[in-house]
Design a protein around this ligand. Structure first.
Ligand SMILES: NC(=O)c1ccc[n+]([C@@H]2O[C@H](COP(=O)([O-])OP(=O)(O)OC[C@H]3O[C@@H](n4cnc5c(N)ncnc54)[C@H](OP(=O)(O)O)[C@@H]3O)[C@@H](O)[C@H]2O)c1
Length: 336
């Protein structure tokens, strides 16, 4: 089979190579992968940015894949040959709260990922894809959609009485917008350009703020909510946004701490957090149960993942550069 391999750190060291076809063991299934999606984490992993927490050479990148079952191992009974499946981000985290044991194995980091034609999965790490969902659409879900779901729905419990603030037009932010709207919540969306803000309004955002033009956007978001503040911030930008996110959030509101696109370290005004009774809650993707809920919500609310572009696997380096530059609106995917 063909596999894309990071021979040593750096996107320039990606090579399409031949590897022996894997075979499934007990409780496992062999999947012929058809599509995979990229996440911001893949940009970091290809720089070796996770240090000793990732393979620094000979790594098959990418964590999120979809394909069809081509062989089942002994004692494997959840799927049959021909079933269309998507993998969950942490193969061992099936449900319940996060557990140190389950967070160790992440595909495309600690272990080989899905940028290849064939891969063996534990049968428990997979879920069936709805009939009307494409492989590309399904491959957008394991990291970005599950993270957004965990923030907005599992922790945020968003409903019609709530306002959610999203940051930018990356994969997590767009799924957060879609899940918040499906729950009846209002959405204030941040972005860096008028054109993108228009597209975000097209997806249902009730208000858009250009964070490049309005440095005090936390105050603006508060004004939009008539001084009350937003209920949930989906914090994906990190260093350059947390201060404003704290200003934007209502008394007792939730900041779902997810990402660091603008940097990993932020200064926090602690009295504002304390007196605002704010909950700053870290989100580590989510479980297979969350992915199951995402698949059901997409079917129930006819949510179509926003796919910016689909490139062939051979052009993975170009796809990575696109995500690194923030050039995408939604998800960048590869077809395998
Ligand atoms: N904790 C977890 O479980 C988890 C899971 C998934 C992702 N993440 C993290 O979450 C972050 C987002 O991931 P992603 O895959 O959605 O990223 P992405 O697709 O690369 O999106 C990045 C977007 O962030 C926006 N952005 C950049 N600087 C900003 C700023 N100062 N203020 C507001 N928006 C800004 C830009 O949107 P515009 O072009 O519209 O300005 C950019 O397109 C990453 O740091 C990723 O590592 C964490």
């Amino acid at each position: 089979m063909k596999a894309m391999v990071m021979q040593s750190t750096g996107v320039d060291n990606l090579r399409l190579v031949d590897r022996p076809d894997p075979r499934p063991g007990a409780g496992e299934v062999l999947v012929r992968l058809r599509a995979a999606s990229l996440n911001f984490r893949d940009v970091l992993a290809l720089k070796g940015g996770y240090g000793s927490r990732q393979k620094q050479a000979d790594l098959v990148p990418l964590s999120d894949g979809a394909g069809e079952v081509v062989e089942t191992g002994p004692g494997s009974n959840r799927f049959k040959v021909g079933d269309r499946v998507v993998n969950s981000f942490f193969p061992g985290w099936l449900a319940g709260p996060p557990d140190e044991r389950f967070l160790q194995e992440d595909l495309g980091g600690m272990s080989d990922g899905v940028a290849c034609e064939l891969r063996v999965f534990s049968q428990d790490a997979l879920l069936p894809i709805p009939a009307d969902m494409s492989f590309v659409q399904a491959a957008t879900l394991p990291c970005a959609a599950v993270t957004a779901w965990n923030a907005v729905r599992a922790h945020g419990q968003a409903g019609p009485e709530h306002v959610v603030l999203t940051q930018g037009s990356g994969g997590v932010a767009l799924f957060a917008l879609q899940f918040a709207r499906a729950a009846g919540a209002g959405v204030i969306a941040l972005s860096s350009s008028a054109e993108r803000l228009e597209r975000l309004r097209g997806l249902g955002a009730m208000h858009g703020i250009n964070y490049r033009e309005d440095a005090d956007w936390g105050k603006t978001a508060r004004q939009v909510t008539r001084g009350r503040g937003v209920d949930i911030v989906v914090e994906t930008a990190g260093a350059q946004t947390l201060k404003q996110s704290i200003r934007a959030t209502r008394l007792g509101g939730l900041i779902a701490m997810i990402g660091m696109v603008s940097g990993p370290t932020a200064e926090v005004n602690l009295p504002l957090v304390a007196m605002g009774s704010l909950r700053i809650h870290g989100i580590a993707v989510g479980s297979r149960e969350h992915l199951e809920q995402v698949l059901a919500a997409c079917a129930r609310h006819r949510i179509a993942p926003v796919v910016d572009r689909v490139l062939p696997l051979a052009d993975l380096a170009e796809a990575v550069r696109c995500v690194a530059a923030g050039a995408q609106f939604g998800k960048v995917c590869v077809e395998i």
